[in-house]
Design a protein around this ligand. Structure first.
Ligand SMILES: Nc1ncnc2c1ncn2[C@@H]1O[C@H](COP(=O)(O)OP(=O)(O)O)[C@@H](O)[C@H]1O
Ligand SMILES: [Mg+2]
Length: 183
């Protein structure tokens, strides 16, 4: 295994032999241990944004733990589980208990100080202990959320938005009111 401690820069070939578990627009994610993965960034600027957000989030259980980083990579907790997107695609419904967890997650994002406390359903991971974790935070401080439109869009895609909002109305009426007024 690569010795990340004190490594300032990661070369692509350092990752040879590791399992690629995700590749997005901003980087590639490799699993490097049972409970750790590394996000290799194409741009250092994106790494800085995500690192800042992850540092801020460390006081909250909804963020993956942060282990090591250099200018173009971050080693974080590997979250084993399925994304909310995959879950909804399979289940075609959202439970009241899961809605409550999603509301709590949005509240945590606000509590730690993110100005963007919206997220996409593919970036919410349901861990094996059924707790939610949220990943991919480059926009945490660069945009401002009034209502979580990205989340709504994802829920709508799987036809569970009305069900979700009905539960929000019950569980957290002030958020429901607030979101409806701004819609
Ligand atoms: N901490 C993690 N634990 C488990 N899987 C992860 C983790 N971080 C990223 N992934 C996987 O890699 C994919 C891409 O990660 P993401 O951070 O969204 O990259 P990008 O910024 O390029 O969009 C995710 O959708 C997820 O499947
Ligand atoms: Mg992403």
């Amino acid at each position: 295994m690569i010795d990340f401690a004190g490594k300032s820069h990661l070369n692509k070939n350092d990752l040879d032999g590791y399992k690629l578990i995700g590749d997005g627009k901003d980087g590639e994610i490799y699993q490097i241990a049972e409970d750790k993965c590394v996000k290799y960034f194409f741009k250092e600027e994106t790494q800085q944004k995500e690192l800042e957000a992850l540092k801020v989030g460390q006081s909250s259980p909804i963020f993956p733990g942060l282990y090591e980083y250099g200018d173009n990579y971050i080693v974080m907790q590997y979250v084993e589980g399925v994304s909310l997107a995959r879950h909804l695609k399979k289940e075609k419904q959202i439970s009241k208990a899961l809605t409550a967890k999603v509301i709590a997650l949005l509240q945590e994002l606000q509590r730690v100080g993110f100005t963007r406390w919206d997220t996409e359903i593919r970036h919410i991971l349901i861990a094996q202990d059924h707790q939610l974790k949220v990943i991919d935070h480059k926009r945490a401080f660069s945009t401002k959320t009034h209502i979580p439109t990205k989340l709504f869009k994802g829920l709508k895609k799987y036809d569970v938005l009305d069900e979700f909002l009905e539960y929000v109305k019950e569980l957290h009426p002030s958020s429901y009111q607030d979101w409806m007024n701004k819609k």
